[in-house]
Design a protein around this ligand. Structure first.
Ligand code: FES
Length: 116
């Protein structure tokens, strides 16, 4: 797990700013380093991972904040097509099958997505 430093306003974003089912990209300090983080909202649940594919270390989005999602509802890496479960970040198909995205611990508090 990584530690994530919230911005001065105490969170990464408001929950309302992320549509239900959406995947957004944010920049946040993770272990003290600025990192691209992808955030997925499912109802009141929010999960976040580093925007780094475990296959070859590329970003998962094809343009900043633009993510591919398969018909099965998996996040698809734009580089070589690895598919990841949005429930747990596990690669379920593709060149890094069995590996996982690096989780960034977040939760929702008072309508804000915050680090835990
Ligand atoms: S870098 Fe993501 S599948 Fe190759």
């Amino acid at each position: 797990m990584s530690s994530l430093n919230p911005r001065e306003d105490g969170g990464l974003a408001s929950l309302e700013a992320v549509a239900d089912g959406a995947i957004v990209e944010l920049e946040a300090l993770v272990d003290g380093e600025p990192e691209s983080v992808l955030v997925h909202r499912s109802g009141q649940t929010v999960r976040a991972w580093l925007n780094i594919c475990p296959h070859a270390g590329r970003r998962l989005d094809w343009a900043p904040g633009q993510f591919l999602v398969s018909k099965a509802g998996h996040l698809v890496c734009a580089a070589h097509g690895a598919s990841f479960s949005l429930a747990d970040g596990l690669c379920v198909d593709g060149p890094c099958k069995g590996e996982s995205l690096r989780a960034v611990p977040v939760t929702v508090r008072d309508g804000r997505i915050v680090a835990v």
